[in-house]
Design a protein around this ligand. Structure first.
Ligand code: 4AD
Ligand code: MG
Length: 455
């Protein structure tokens, strides 16, 4: 087994094997200097390949960016600036060539738009590699947080017959006629009922919270909304905790603690990758992230938010008025200009929120909360759930949900109902916030958006 020696700082004097890809090569009179990266971290290892190597003229001299190699040699301390060690090659084996006239990743910096066209190669760049290592760390941190806090992981279905958000943004799932078969009439619903890809695991998570107490889901989520923005994907990942015996305050407390944990954990575990973003993508990023840890999030009601926005006299494209949803320009103004911090907006008008949110005593608003982050806007959407059967039924009818199709969900109120609450965190939006990447398509390996599902 090859030992990854970039990740752990190589030991001086040790015999080392390193396998990786050439990032750059520079030749001098007696040597070639190869910057090699094995993907385990941002740093490259400099390999010194002497002309005396037996395959220098036939192979080493022909190496270009992107070739894969395996090198053995001695690790020595390096006189060069910016690195402590280098590897003096004793053998250098070329594993795969990458012809320079066709390999799309050259030494220069490429635009993120260009990299999106080669999504299979872009993880070999510094920035995308760093995003994906942070993404991996964050996934692990999500599980760590909930496991440490005694939540059970529930795998909610990906194919479902419930439209949780009631917004009709589902992709249909059924079979297609067999290729070449003479009968090309569209088959009947495979599942007997119209089914689709889930827009949220919440409803099923509620069933499990009302059995296991505290649960969470973390899975792929699909929305067929035609939003071509830097914050929307047709396929994204969502984390949805759900807690029995919990109200909106408890829900907000969990969400805030969870967000801070994820930031803290990344600051602690991914310092080199974060520094790359701080230097080249989002100057001041690390200070901003640290700032979030020290602060409590400002909490205001929707009604207060609308009043503040109206008072601001700002010329918005969409006017603000009580009863309409906050647009991203309003959210941005609240976080970036008025509050200059993350904001928790609560108690939205019931008419603009889904059927499952708990109706407040004023009968006009629901116990909802959205957490808005500077630069990102809505990162979390959550609520206390309506646990009263009669009121839930009324809300279903008012919002055009057929109660017959949701008998199982109503049962949860009929048998041993309890107050409960939860939220959904958009995982990619969190990765965006933590890395400072401006486009959500650059924080998921293979983005799916309207008109695009490559590979
Ligand atoms: O606010 P949403 O729609 O809430 C729900 O789905 C609830 N059922 C969650 C719950 O209470 N269990 O979505 C939650 C979060 C949003 O705040 C946003 O971060 C993210 O999911 N999100 C998207 N991320 C990327 N692309 C999209 N198209 C997204 N739609 C929502
Ligand atoms: Mg929402």
């Amino acid at each position: 087994m090859d030992i990854k020696l970039i990740l752990t700082e190589p030991q001086i004097g040790g015999q080392t094997i390193i396998s990786g890809w050439i990032r750059t090569k520079r030749d001098s009179k007696d040597f070639s200097f190869l910057e090699i990266n094995d993907g385990s971290c941002l740093k490259n290892l400099q390999v010194i390949a002497a002309r005396a190597l037996p395959n220098y003229d036939t192979q080493v001299s022909r190496l270009t960016t992107g070739c894969s190699v395996r090198v053995t040699g001695q690790v020595t301390s390096s006189p060069a600036k910016g690195q402590t060690v280098e590897l003096q090659a004793e053998t250098l084996e070329v594993i795969g060539w990458a012809p320079a006239d066709s390999y799309p990743l050259q030494k220069k910096r490429h635009s993120f738009e260009f990299l999106r066209e080669i999504s299979h190669l872009r993880p070999r760049t510094n920035s995308l590699g760093a995003v994906m290592r942070i993404r991996s760390h964050l996934s692990f941190a999500v599980h760590q947080y909930f496991q440490d806090n005694n939540f059970f992981l529930v795998h909610t279905p990906i194919i479902t017959t419930s439209d949780c958000e009631g917004a009709g943004e589902m992709f249909a799932v059924t079979t297609t006629p067999k290729k070449g078969s003479p009968d090309q009439t569209p088959p009947r619903d495979f599942f007997g009922n119209p089914a689709g890809l889930t827009v949220s695991g919440q409803l099923q998570a509620e069933a499990y919270a009302l059995a296991l107490g505290k649960v969470y889901t973390f899975g792929p989520t699909f929305r067929a909304e035609n939003s071509n923005t830097s914050r929307h994907l047709a396929e994204f990942w969502m984390i949805e905790p759900e807690m029995a015996f919990c109200d909106l305050d408890g829900d907000i407390a969990l969400a805030t603690d969870f967000l801070k944990y994820l930031i803290k954990s990344t600051l602690k575990n991914c310092p080199d990758d974060l520094e790359l973003f701080d230097r080249f993508i989002a100057p001041g990023l690390i200070t901003r992230l640290e700032g979030v840890l020290d602060r409590s999030f400002t909490r205001i009601s929707y009604t207060e938010a609308v009043a503040l926005l109206a008072k601001s006299k700002q010329n918005f494209e969409y006017p603000v008025s009580w009863g309409t949803d906050l647009q991203s320009e309003h959210e941005k103004f609240l976080t970036d200009v008025i509050m200059k911090s993350p904001v928790v907006v609560t108690d939205y008008p019931s008419a603009i929120k889904p059927f499952y949110m708990r109706v407040n005593n004023d009968k006009k608003t629901v116990a909802a909360m959205d957490i808005l982050f500077p630069t990102i806007g809505e990162i979390i959407g959550g609520s206390q759930r309506e646990e009263r059967e009669d009121i839930l039924l009324k809300r279903m009818l008012a919002t055009g949900i057929d109660p017959d199709q949701y008998q199982w969900y109503i049962d949860l109120r009929r048998y041993g109902t309890v107050p409960h609450a939860g939220f959904g965190l958009g995982f990619e939006r969190m990765v965006q916030y933590i890395t400072g990447m401006t486009n959500i398509r650059d924080v998921i390996p293979f983005p799916r958006t309207p008109g695009h599902a490559d590979l």
